[in-house]
Write a protein of this length. Structure first.
Lengths: 187, 351
């Protein structure tokens, strides 16, 4: 269990097996997120390579007091994916992109510790005010824009924004406090 | 700070960006579809509206251009650097939850490629540690140039699945800077290029095997040199002047040196310098820095020339360089020296 917390530390310290372990543990997760962001499987493959190199290089910067290791992985992944999205937007994509036949991904079950962490996040989201959790779910998980959410739940856009913000603030403090308390984490 | 409303707005904007990316509408279409096939459409729509095309009025054009300009001010590359870091953690946590509900298995080919990338990365790190240096900061650049290389590889390999072969003029011979951290990074970049190239071919059924690492090292340095020339506006490029030394071959020797002060990075292109026997002598570069009060030039690294012809050597400046007045290549005992007697000076370059 101690190993869970120190995988990134081990990478930073030059522990060779940790590099492979990192891929074993987070490969499916990173792939899952990359597929949510990327146009094509090929694009997602490129993104995953970037994410992992970034992750190994950033391993030394992981600070457990700010969140769990898997959340750090997601921070890095999101950063890369948002970067890529911006770059590809700048490249001016032709409108009539040929729809390509994508290979079907196999569903898989993530490692237990990741599922536990995700369950903790879910619980934290559930503990938010109903409108906050609903808006955050719609925004991140369903990928809706603010205006779509506003229309869907018949709420002024400003209120949607403010709920989203307060939800994020609340969530961040819940996550931080769980990480700070030894009973909340994996250790 | 004395305008609470503004800072509140800013906080909302930051949380909004953390949540929705740089535009508010960029995740539309997700609700109606929801299946796998919609992912492309979602991603495309995210991309399409991210600049300028704000039609629904929940963020003004002014907001978008303000956000954009704040992004562009910061290297135009790191959107997230401008955001409150804590929001990134919260957004990442929600993303984790979302991904866990729809998890997919990473394709085995990709897993294999990343594993090899990991080996290459680890080896380069180990080499860096061995020389007691830390080049973690420069790494981002390397990744970007890797991505560019890969694009080239894909284009070249398209259709026919032929090998990625460079013209003879671009193919430099092999050089291994002695104990240089540059060597480690170059090697990693090269190995990674090769892997990515192989991966690109493999996915097209090309079935290519990589050749030895040495050639790839040289190609990587040549690429990095070219990239430096293209990317850095402050690059200086000086031709070598030949000294009267037995390492210089009359009529054959030459080349140049390029240096970017901003990125503190540079390369020597050495043509026709005699290969050395590292057990007897080694080449050493010196950088005369006109901003340095100490008149002693800065050690630019010890290196070997292992083949005739053209050699690209990364400059390994041991101290930050203020302003280069001259580059000097000397021949020294194995391992180099701390202070050169300048008894053998085959090459000099300067403005």
């Amino acid at each position: 269990v101690e190993q869970d917390a120190s995988l990134l530390d081990r990478i930073a310290a030059g522990d060779e097996p940790a590099v492979t372990e990192c891929l074993d543990r987070y490969g499916d997760l990173v792939w899952s997120v990359a597929r949510r962001y990327c146009d094509s499987a090929a694009d997602a493959e490129d993104a995953c390579q970037e994410i992992f190199v970034d992750l190994w290089q950033s391993a030394g910067r992981f600070d457990p007091s700010r969140g769990s290791e898997v959340t750090f992985v997601m921070v890095i992944a999101r950063r890369r994916l948002i970067d890529r999205r911006r770059r590809s937007a700048r490249r001016l994509q032709p409108a009539g992109l040929e729809p390509t036949v994508e290979p079907a991904d196999q569903r898989t079950s993530l490692p237990l510790e990741i599922r536990e962490e995700a369950a903790m996040v879910e619980q934290a989201i559930d503990e938010l005010k109903p409108e906050q959790s609903q808006i955050l779910r719609m925004a991140i998980i369903d990928g809706l824009s603010q205006s779509e959410i506003a229309t869907r739940i018949e709420m002024p856009i400003g209120t949607v924004k403010s709920h989203a913000r307060r939800g994020m603030e609340r969530l961040r403090s819940v996550i931080q406090s769980r990480n700070a308390s030894p009973s909340g984490g994996d250790r | 700070m004395n305008q609470p409303k503004d800072s509140d707005d800013l906080l909302i904007r930051r949380a909004t960006i953390a949540l929705w990316g740089e535009s508010n509408d960029d995740r539309r279409d997700a609700s109606s579809s929801g299946g796998d096939t919609s992912l492309g459409a979602i991603a495309r729509s995210r991309g399409d509206v991210s600049r300028g095309d704000v039609s629904r009025g929940d963020v003004s054009r002014g907001d978008v251009s303000r956000i954009d300009s704040s992004i562009d001010l910061h290297d135009s590359h790191r959107l997230d650097d401008d955001l409150d870091d804590e929001f990134q953690w919260a957004a990442a946590a929600i993303e984790l939850y979302g991904a866990s509900r729809q998890s997919r298995a990473m394709p085995s080919g990709l897993r294999e490629t990343i594993a090899q990338l990991g080996d290459a990365w680890w080896t380069s790190q180990a080499a860096d540690r061995a020389v007691g240096s830390d080049r973690g900061r420069g790494a981002g650049l390397d990744i970007r140039s890797l991505a560019d290389d890969r694009a080239v590889v894909k284009r070249d390999g398209e259709g026919e699945g032929h090998r990625y072969v460079r013209s003879a003029s671009e193919r430099a011979s092999v050089v291994q800077p002695a104990g240089s951290k540059g060597a480690a990074w170059g090697w990693f970049a090269a190995a990674a290029c090769l892997l990515l190239a192989c991966f690109a071919w493999a996915t097209r059924g090309g079935g290519v095997t990589g050749n030895g690492g040495d050639g790839a090292v040289a190609i990587a340095f040549a690429d990095q040199r070219k990239a430096l020339l293209l990317e850095s506006s402050d690059v200086l490029k000086w031709s070598w002047q030949l000294g009267s030394d037995s390492a210089v071959q009359e009529g054959k020797s030459g080349g140049d040196v390029v240096w970017s002060n901003r990125s503190q990075k540079g390369f020597m292109r050495l043509v026709g310098l005699k290969p050395n026997d590292p057990s007897k002598e080694q080449y050493q570069l010196w950088i005369v820095d006109s901003r340095r009060s100490d008149p002693q030039p800065v050690d630019g690294g010890v290196f070997d020339v292992t083949a005739d012809g053209e050699v690209i050597v990364p400059i390994d400046a041991k101290l930050p360089i203020g302003s280069v007045a001259k580059f000097v290549v000397t021949v020294e005992p194995p391992g180099g020296v701390v202070v050169s007697k300048l008894s053998r000076v085959p090459l000099v370059a300067g403005g």
